[in-house]
Ligand binder design. Structure first.
Ligand SMILES: [Zn+2]
Length: 257
């Protein structure tokens, strides 16, 4: 009887901790440097990644477009610009997932662009040394994204692939931006600073965000202090040399030309 009571106590304590301490983690597969090097095949599925949350961004195997996990549903923005719902057994070579529990909502100033938004939120956040899940929902006067095309072997590094990336320009578009602000010390592992992906409300467009001008939008975010990595057991990953500093390549890949 005593044993049962002890187990029950531990279970209740665990539930209490989860609810009131807001336990949450950013869980990612592989590393940004692996993706930059052209490791475009992973060993976890989107169904696997969904176990770690309802919110996230990444790509799918063979670099077949940009990926979002929004309210528990995956969306894949192909290089054609079309948005599809990828099957759960689709694999991903790079993806970061968390549970979105917004702590704060802020109405964004009309007319601000992505650069000014980044400075604004950096000043607003009490510390830049944690992960933040970031969501901006509303109307954007202008919004610029890109996607990436399906790759075949031998894989080119990402910096080569993005030289021919399709760009998408939206005007007066309603939709949602989701992603993360990662601390500077994730260099090589994830993207330091802001990394956001877009999905239009009509689910007909999206992609990796380059820039926007806010018309009328609400920012929500939550701080996350736990970070988990699922390293692929693929041969490419186990044999890769990650000693080079890829910071310059990352800048070219993440930002607009
Ligand atoms: Zn991206």
């Amino acid at each position: 009887m005593k044993k049962i009571n002890a187990s029950l106590f531990i279970l209740i304590a665990f539930m209490f901790f989860n609810v009131f301490a807001g336990e949450n983690a950013v869980t990612q597969t592989s590393t940004i440097d692996a993706l930059l090097k052209g490791l475009y095949e992973g060993d976890v599925t989107l169904g696997d990644m969904r176990k770690y949350g309802n919110f996230g961004i990444g790509t799918v195997d063979f670099l077949d477009g940009e990926l979002l996990l929004f309210e528990g549903t995956f969306y894949n923005v192909k290089s054609s610009g079309a948005v599809v719902s990828p099957p759960d057994d689709t694999k991903t070579p790079f993806c970061s997932v968390a549970t979105f529990n917004p702590e704060k909502s802020v109405t964004l100033e009309k007319g601000i662009d992505f650069k000014r938004f980044c400075s604004f939120l950096d000043r607003e956040l009490p510390s830049l040394n944690y992960f933040y899940a970031v969501k901006i929902q509303g109307t954007f006067k202008i919004l610029k994204t890109r996607s990436v095309p399906f790759q075949t072997k031998p894989y080119q590094p990402l910096v080569e692939v993005v030289k021919t990336q399709p760009l998408f320009n939206f005007e007066n578009v309603k939709g949602v931006l989701i992603g993360f602000r990662c601390p500077v010390f994730v260099k090589g592992i994830n993207v330091p600073g802001y990394h956001l992906h877009f999905l239009s409300d009509d689910k007909k467009g999206g992609g990796h965000l380059f820039d926007f001008t806010i018309e009328d939008a609400e920012l929500q975010y939550c701080r996350i202090q736990e970070f988990k990595m699922l390293l692929p057991s693929t041969k490419d990953f186990s044999k890769a040399d990650f000693s080079a500093n890829m910071t310059e390549a990352l800048k070219k890949v993440e930002c607009a030309k």
